[in-house]
Design a protein around this ligand. Sequence first.
Ligand SMILES: Cc1cc2nc3c(=O)[nH]c(=O)nc-3n(C[C@H](O)[C@H](O)[C@H](O)COP(=O)(O)OP(=O)(O)OC[C@H]3O[C@@H](n4cnc5c(N)ncnc54)[C@H](O)[C@@H]3O)c2cc1C
Length: 412
Amino acid sequence: MTQNITIIGAGIVGIATACYLRRDGHEVTVVDMRPPGEYCSFGNAGILSPGSCVPLATPGILWKVPGYLADPMGPLTVRWSYLPRAMPWLLRFIAASSMERVERIADALRPLLRQTFDAYEPLVNHAGVTDLIRRTGYVVVYQKRESYVGDALAWKLRRDRGVAIEELDSAEIKRRVPQLAGSYEVGLYLPEQGYCANPERLTKSLATQFVRDGGKLLQRKVLDIEVGADGPRALVTDAGNVPVETLVICAGAHSNEFTAKLGDPVPLEAERGYHVTFSDPRVDLPLPVFMPEHKFFVTPMEMGLRIAGQTEFAGMNAEPNYARADILARHMQRILPGISAADTTKWMGRRPSMPDSLPVIGRATKFANVYYAFGHGHVGLVGGAPTGRIIADLIAGREPGLDIRPYSASRF
Ligand SMILES: Cc1cc2nc3c(=O)[nH]c(=O)nc-3n(C[C@H](O)[C@H](O)[C@H](O)COP(=O)(O)OP(=O)(O)OC[C@H]3O[C@@H](n4cnc5c(N)ncnc54)[C@H](O)[C@@H]3O)c2cc1C
């Protein structure tokens, strides 16, 4: 039976969900104060990695933090005034780093993310943007073998779950990525991974197709939800009320502002990251490169070369600290010394991050007409289309083909 469905959020998760629901014939309205794809889904690294099953918190993470914080070129920063507010989330993050939890989290991430190419395929075909999805694989390089040995658990978690990983010696690294300066003691090639050449254009193109197919986009800020005994009745917006029958929350890092009202308070943090895009770099890369020692990706996008990474805990509303982006730019000039920095842009985005690195996907605890699809942290692009397909399956009463219990909002 077709339904009237309202989605809050026009990021990649909300738009992919809207596309899948529209394919099922539902009347779908997406409400967002911004045009599609202009928040966190705008500026990510574009990586589509079905093998990203390793959570951020792994055993021993606590002992690595001081080193990251002390390194002026490091990947992590905490604004100390924000620390007391971040503390409950950080304690949950550390609690999720036990070996037993990490194995379970990896088991739950892999079946979701491994669907990524398969779930995007019908959407990009229909929208005529198959060119955006590139199945090139990516290369990982370590300057020091000891860092690779230190990451042994992460590589074992991937291998145990069937992720294809090929080891590269220095000559092979040079052959695959001749542009890369510096010496690398370990290289790896992950052939089944890929990337999106423009994450903003992906979200916007899918949104345009959704509207062509009869879907509605409403540009409004949702201020509140009017909730009755049977669930939400209307969205209170900055331009009047929008009545709702079935509601899907895809509001990225803001989702907990709504779930709390709906009886599901969840620990969601805006984990801030940065990018620098070199629009006229005068060098090209054949495929993305990841540097785990500094935790950044360099991706060959259609609008230039992008370096993206960094984790900053500073709260939702603090101004961006572009010194974090400058660190990325310096890394870029170190590894690609010939790069032209004549035309660069910097960006900060808020990853919607749960402390256990698992998203929230499924029906609300209290109300049968509310669904959640948020909290994908570092893998929201990878997980966007698979999540949309799961939500459509749940609403249609179809079996989604994977165990969704680990993504429940009530797991905390
Ligand atoms: C530096 C960086 C690199 C990254 N690299 C990758 C990567 O390579 N691969 C990957 O898979 N992921 C990556 N990510 C993560 C990925 O970008 C996010 O997980 C993903 O974009 C989240 O999508 P979303 O749709 O949930 O949220 P968003 O894109 O943030 O969309 C949420 C939407 O909700 C709307 N909204 C919120 N509140 C309201 C309100 N009150 N009223 C109306 N609308 C509202 C917002 O305006 C926004 O449009 C990266 C992130 C960063 C920061």
